[in-house]
Design a protein. Sequence first.
Length: 144
Amino acid sequence: MRTVYVFNGPNLSRLGRREPDIYGAETFDDLAALCRRTGKELGLEVDVRQTDDESELVSWLHEAADGSIPVVLNPAAFTHYSYALRDAIAQRTAPLIEVHISNPAAREEFRHTSVVAAVASGTIAGFGLRSYELALRAIAEETR
Ligand code: DQA
């Protein structure tokens, strides 16, 4: 079975408790279950991880690049300023889709910039947890 990584950046472990008016009532465990369920339907083995640590996220991206493993990535706040993350994504050897639960373009000005978008295969934002499901479907089609 093909493996896909789903990597999540800072504060996403707090889903359900974190600004539910923006990010919804579902928890990180609900998100992980949704990703695994979608993966099963698509014949993908989905490995879901979360970290608040930029260097850990960079090393996971190196691991994906070395193994040619596709990635669904919610970089969270790193989206807006982490050139280290951008440089790690630029080394990718398989599709990588940037996802967001909310629509950053419709929020505060600082969220309008993504320093990673240009090195991702594409971006899906604003569909709640469904953004991840749509990204997994796109990866399944891209890697068929
Ligand atoms: C987010 C949007 C970011 O601006 C924010 O910093 C997050 C979550 C989203 O999924 O909507 O932490 O990536």
